[in-house]
Design a protein around this ligand. Structure first.
Ligand code: SAH
Ligand code: SF4
Ligand code: F3S
Length: 433
């Protein structure tokens, strides 16, 4: 039995894809192992979203090539978004790997690996309009939390983003296949399911939209929490907000990337909304779903961004008061529309603006946590706290980590009410009531 080790980079879609890849490989007689040094096949499931993501992976490839010198039979492969973006380069110019397989060709992996054992290099980077892997059982260890990719690809073409090129066109899995996967997870004792897509709320299965999917998913098992990510402001419908409000087990948490606070920059980014529209959505969501919390993605230093544009971004952050944010420096990606624009914000200024954004977000997160002191939160117990095995750690519906003293009458996988007593910038600390 050949042993396969996979390392996963990038977004949660890649994490879910790795489980699909392992599902395919284990059906074909491969064994999944956790240790690169004893593997016959090493696969990196890669990310291209920013240059630094790719640089990290190149560094790792260099290391692994040393392993290959000692063990020439070792098969080294690149999966995921870099496979799609760099294609032959990875095999020919860099001579670094034996196989390069993009996100829509994972079914052919057993064949590629077989050929690679025979010394033949392989490349499979065709994108598909239909592949969703819905018939593949992902390889999952038992646990509490599972990812399910419900749609693949992206049709939005934000001008900075490589994803539409690496993941291809949007396509959705059938609602019934997702519901039956959640039923299986329920039977195995899972307690949380995150529905995934680059634009999860443009899900569409023959007229069933994302709200319909959420409604059906939440109905499977009321003890399973449903989360989802990522939503695009364009597709955040009233129906979706009402569906979230109707089900106690759909988490009151929306990741809603804003990217910039300036309408001029948003237009250059091809984001299809204005800040006024975006803020209107937030206000409406807060009315329909009391207590809903938001997180976001922000890019600092997009081409032509002025100090005024930057101040508008900080203003939006103050108005929305996000629970959390993923914050990035703009990174030009070949092939995208923005790549043709002059990357004219100096590195130093990009960095300074990014730091402003990070500092502001930290202080907002701290304030929001502080406001929770004295409140009760429903917490799903996920495990012992990292720092002390006399404490449990879990998360609220709004995705905050809570630590509290462990007692005998509850255990991992239970929901408990915790009164918050104090907070740090990252953690809430309390006790069960
Ligand atoms: N589909 C998701 C996320 C895609 S990638 C969405 O649309 O929200 C995750 C985040 O990476 C993006 O939201 C964006 O903030 C950031 N990102 C994408 N391309 C980037 C680039 N070229 N430079 C810097 N950040 C980028
Ligand atoms: Fe990229 Fe925009 Fe698609 Fe998100 S919506 S994956 S940022 S193109
Ligand atoms: Fe990265 Fe591809 Fe995900 S570029 S962010 S791994 S879709």
């Amino acid at each position: 039995m050949a042993k396969v080790y996979i390392e996963t980079y990038g977004c949660q879609m890649n994490v879910a894809d790795t489980e699909i890849v392992m599902g395919i490989l284990s059906q074909n007689g491969y064994e999944n192992i956790q240790d690169a040094s004893s593997a016959d096949v090493i696969l990196l499931n890669t990310c291209s979203v920013r240059d630094n993501a790719e640089q990290r992976i190149y560094g790792r490839l260099n290391n692994l090539n040393k392993l290959k010198k000692d063990n020439p039979g070792l098969v080294l492969g690149i999966l995921g978004c870099m496979a799609e973006r760099l294609r032959q380069d990875l095999i020919e110019e860099k001579k670094a790997v034996d196989l390069v397989v993009g996100p829509d060709e994972y079914r052919r992996l057993p064949e590629f690996i077989d050929h690679a054992f025979g010394g033949e290099k392989g490349i499979g980077v065709r994108l598909s309009r239909t592949e969703t892997y819905e018939d593949i059982a992902p390889y999952r260890e038992d646990g509490l939390q599972a990812w399910i990719s419900v749609m693949r690809g992206c049709d939005k073409f934000c001008s900075f983003c490589v994803v539409p090129f690496t993941r291809g066109r949007e396509r959705s899995r059938t609602l019934s296949s997702i519901v039956s996967e959640i039923e299986d997870l329920s039977a195995r004792g899972f307690r949380e399911v995150t529905l995934l897509g680059q634009n999860v709320n443009s899900y569409n299965d023959n007229g069933n939209d994302f709200a319909d999917l959420l409604d059906a998913s939440a109905g499977v098992d009321r003890n399973i929490r449903i989360r989802y990510t990522t939503s695009h402001p364009q597709d955040l419908s009233d129906k979706l907000l009402h569906t979230m409000a109707e089900h106690a087990n759909i988490c009151n948490y929306i990741h809603l990337p804003v990217q910039s606070g300036s309408n001029r920059i948003l237009e250059l980014m091809n984001r299809t909304y204005t800040i006024e529209h975006y803020l209107g959505l937030i206000e409406k969501a807060r009315k329909i779903i009391p207590g809903v919390s938001f997180s976001t993605d922000i890019i600092a230093g997009f081409p032509s961004e002025t100090i005024d544009d930057h101040i508008m971004t900080l203003d939006v952050m103050r108005q929305v008061r996000y629970d959390g944010a993923y914050m990035f420096k703009y990174s030009p990606r070949e092939g995208t529309k923005a790549y043709k624009m002059d990357d004219d914000v100096e590195e130093e200024i990009k960095l300074k603006r990014l730091n402003d954004i990070i500092t502001l977000q930290q202080s907002i997160s701290r304030e929001l946590n502080q406001e929770l002191v004295g409140r009760e939160e429903v917490v799903l117990i996920e495990g012992k706290s990292k720092k002390s095995d006399k404490h449990f750690s879990g998360r609220t519906g709004t995705n905050k980590v809570v630590v509290f003293p462990a007692e005998d009458h509850f255990t991992i996988g239970d929901y408990v009410n915790v009164k918050i007593e104090r907070v740090t910038s990252a953690t809430l600390i309390g006790s069960v009531v």
